[in-house]
Design a protein around this ligand. Sequence first.
Ligand SMILES: [Zn+2]
Length: 83
Amino acid sequence: MKEQKLSCEEVHEHICINLDEDLDSPKCRAIKLHLNECPDCVSYLKSLKKTIDLYKEYPSPRPSESAKVSIDEIIKKSHLSDK
Ligand SMILES: [Zn+2]
């Protein structure tokens, strides 16, 4: 399987659908590569994380713990985490 460039839309879509996917999967690596070059997607990810944090204050519906961890990890591993 070859690494491919992702569009912003693909990144957003994949993050929404597969929040708890293994961070070392090829798709996730491609997303992290994209995030290193794309401040737009980093801020999208951060707002998504904020949304998940909000949801966590309610008993239901509740995103999985792993979803939150994945987003934290992706942001942490992005070089744009402070933007
Ligand atoms: Zn992007």
